[in-house]
Design a protein. Structure first.
Lengths: 308, 444
């Protein structure tokens, strides 16, 4: 009788059993891998392939290989560069507002955590997150309509000059950021509330005994405790903002001028309005690359922060 | 009973028809299509209601089932192009904007109607009865590709009650337009009213507006495109930064001061709603929107307005914009016979007149000249004048139309909001469009 090395290792299984397990694993994994390949990897590879061509969807038979020209053109396309800058600004403004108001809201709901009304209000406060962004865009375009909207009606009623919320290029980007923040502040609030609830009550009791004021409590106890969840929230929101599209599409279409143009809108227009799918694919690949770089950097930062 | 009524109304259409077709026996012309579907993809414009109102009569005649789906402007363009690229046969009849024709022809999405109408009585097709300025938008080169059944032209819509009170006549020149707009803006005798709302929104709205006005300013967007040009696409070298082009963009910018708050973000609907809600004294608008202004459910100015020809620069002529929807046969339809039967029936002069009386825009000379139509739509004489003076190549119609208009619209809007001067913006537009056309091989 012959024994293989593997068979002789204590606790190891016979080769035939390995084969069976491998086959089973393969059978169970194949659908998921095929699904991922078909819906994620293949479209990505195809986009990569298309991005090397000058091609219009209506005439795929006339595609011309241009190498990396589409990428070179993107880097000199003032509209695309402006869109990159805009999405950075929207992300920055939105996240700052979401953190500030999310923290305040979390503090309020933390104080109301034992009351029934607090629970109801908390549930109501997360409703904006549950509305599709396209509806939010429509709702705000009605509210902020310069002639028929209620916002300007109230402002005029108070005797103030109504701003051009979405029509003035100095306001529009900020307005878009505000709408975005309105929708996602509850998300930050939930994360921070979870963080606050994880703080042992003894810390608060000790602070009270020491005579600490609210800002001492916030700075020394609460902010350190919620720092890691806020970082997770920020990373998620940065990634989310890179694909920010619907609200801009509905409210401003990137205007006035290019003041609210964002990268996804740029790619969308190339792909689905002009059907320039080569250039549009190049834009999509660049957006993906930006997402990967930002995510990798942010994840590394998070790991370091957690290690401290 | 319902079917009898529908057949009776189909017969009534025949009786109401133009003399040459008064006795059209549709039963002998159209085939039976019992149970067969005819699916129509269209813009969600007011004329779609007329299509839906007329369809049961076709169903009664042929047994086919007609379904008309309406979409917004951009979604319709996307759906039609994507369906074409996938050789989709779900829809049989496609309403496309006349300015998309070059793109659709280039992509081979439609079967030219000229190739299939040989067995149809020429009186039913009656091509010469279509108003020339829009009929040309259903042609690509010398070929008639679609049926031009839903034509729009632009007129100035003004508040007659306000103009009468002020003792003013509607403006005929750009200078008068600005003076009148200025007069009504912040005028304590006319509270809550501003002068003029234009299509200033970045993109297609501002881009198309440029083309709506440039010819009346004496300009031309590219070298060989001018009213009456025998070969509009012969030399497409852009002239977007010519003095006439820049002056009309400057005019748009100057008019912002006399528009409602936020006019910089106005597109077609906002412009129309501002007028319908009584907030502006004047707009220029497509004729398809005109009937709605007399509907008290959506308009506060019903009975208080009138129309006039589009203004022009001093010493120039009014060249009204023309646009609208042409009815095309989907190349990939699997029910072409039923679809073509519907198309030729709906587009025929007699059914067209009935459709116009049901709310569709007149597209044929016979409809414009019909006393019943003129009585039902009192603005038709002015519209007919606009239709005859319009230039069919007012906007580009080739495969780069969408991009080109968008690129111009971005720069026009930049000028309007003061991000650039009119000259700077149009220099940039000219450069961008030149690159676009060069890359695509339209110019050298």
């Amino acid at each position: 009788m012959r024994f293989s090395v593997v068979d002789s290792i204590p606790g190891s299984r016979p080769k035939s059993q390995w084969d069976r397990e491998s086959r089973e694993r393969l059978i169970f994994l194949t659908p998921a891998v095929a699904y991922l390949f078909l819906l994620t990897v293949f479209p990505f590879l195809y986009s990569l392939y298309l991005s090397l061509y000058q091609v219009k969807l209506t005439r795929m038979d006339r595609k011309v290989f241009v190498g990396f020209d589409n990428y070179a053109n993107l880097l000199t396309d003032s509209l695309f560069l402006h869109a990159c800058l805009n999405i950075g600004i929207i992300t920055g403004i939105s996240i700052v507002i979401e953190i500030i108001f999310g923290f305040l809201a979390a503090k309020i709901f933390f104080a109301l955590r034992f009351s029934r009304a607090g629970g109801i209000l908390r549930s109501l406060s997360i409703l904006p997150m549950m509305i599709t962004p396209i509806c939010i865009g429509l709702i705000f375009s009605y509210i902020l309509n310069p002639t028929l909207g209620i916002a300007n009606y109230l402002i005029k009623g108070a005797g103030l000059p109504p701003p051009g919320w979405l029509s003035d290029q100095t306001f529009a980007l900020f307005t878009i950021s505000l709408i975005n923040s309105w929708q996602w502040t509850p998300f930050m609030m939930l994360l921070m509330l979870a963080g606050l609830m994880s703080i042992p009550t003894e810390h608060y009791e000790a602070a009270e005994v020491e005579g600490a004021r609210w800002w001492h409590v916030a700075r020394a106890i609460e902010i350190p405790a919620i720092k890691s969840v806020v970082l997770v929230g920020v990373i998620l929101r940065v990634i989310d903002n890179l694909r920010f599209f619907d609200i801009v599409y509905v409210t401003t279409r990137g205007g006035p001028g290019a003041s609210t143009e964002v990268v996804t809108l740029f790619a969308y227009k190339q792909d689905y309005q002009y059907f320039q799918i080569g250039y549009g694919s190049a834009a999509a690949v660049v957006i993906l690359a930006m997402s990967i770089v930002i995510t990798t950097f942010a994840a590394g930062y998070l790991r370091r922060a957690e290690g401290e | 009973m319902k079917k009898i009524l529908l057949v009776a109304s189909a017969a009534a259409i025949s009786l109401a028809a133009s003399p040459g077709l008064a006795q059209t026996d549709w039963g002998s012309i159209l085939s039976k299509h019992d149970g067969e579907a005819v699916n129509i993809m269209s813009i969600q414009d007011p004329f779609i209601d007329a299509v839906r109102k007329m369809s049961p009569q076709f169903e009664a005649l042929t047994g086919a089932k007609v379904t008309t789906d309406g979409f917004g402007y951009d979604p319709l363009h996307q759906k039609e192009i994507l369906a074409c690229s996938q050789k989709d046969s779900q829809y049989d009849v496609l309403f496309i904007d006349g300015i998309w024709l070059g793109e659709f022809a280039d992509a081979g999405c439609i079967d030219p109607v000229q190739d299939i109408w040989s067995d149809t009585d020429p009186k039913i097709i009656a091509w010469d009865d279509y108003v020339e300025s829009f009929a040309g938008q259903a042609m690509w080169g010398d070929k008639k590709l679609c049926l031009p059944v839903a034509a729009y032209w632009q007129m100035v819509h003004y508040r007659k009650d306000l103009f009468d009170k002020a003792g003013l006549k509607p403006p005929t020149t750009l200078k008068e337009t600005m003076e009148d707009a200025k007069f009504f803006t912040n005028n304590k005798d006319f509270p809550g009213v501003t002068g003029y709302a234009m299509n200033d929104q970045r993109g297609a709205a501002a881009g198309q507006q440029y083309f709506e006005w440039v010819y009346s300013a004496g300009g031309k967007p590219w070298v060989s495109n001018f009213p009456g040009s025998p070969a509009a696409y012969a030399d497409q070298t852009p002239l977007l930064n010519s003095s006439e082009s820049v002056s009309i963009v400057q005019f748009m910018k100057d008019m912002v001061a006399y528009g409602p708050p936020g006019v910089e973000q106005f597109a077609w609907d906002e412009r129309y709603n501002a007028f319908a809600q009584g907030n502006v004294a004047m707009i220029n608008a497509w004729s398809v929107q005109t009937p709605g202004l007399n509907d008290p459910k959506i308009s506060k100015v019903a009975g208080k307005w009138d129309v006039a020809m589009m203004p022009h620069a001093e010493g120039k002529e009014s060249i009204p914009p023309v646009g609208g929807w042409i009815m095309c046969l989907n190349k990939y339809s699997t029910r072409k016979e039923a679809a073509w039967d519907f198309m030729r029936w709906y587009a025929s002069p007699e059914v067209h007149k009935a459709a116009v009386l049901a709310g569709a825009p007149p597209s044929r000379h016979s409809a414009f000249q019909d006393p019943e139509v003129q009585k039902a739509q009192p603005w038709v004489p002015t519209l007919y004048e606009a239709a005859k003076k319009a230039w069919m190549e007012g906007r580009p119609r080739h495969a780069l139309t969408f991009e080109m208009i968008d690129a111009i619209g971005l720069q026009v809007n930049r000028a309007i909001i003061g991000e650039a001067t009119a000259q700077e913006a149009m220099d940039k537009a000219n450069g961008d469009v030149t690159k676009l056309l060069k890359d695509a091989g339209y110019i050298k």
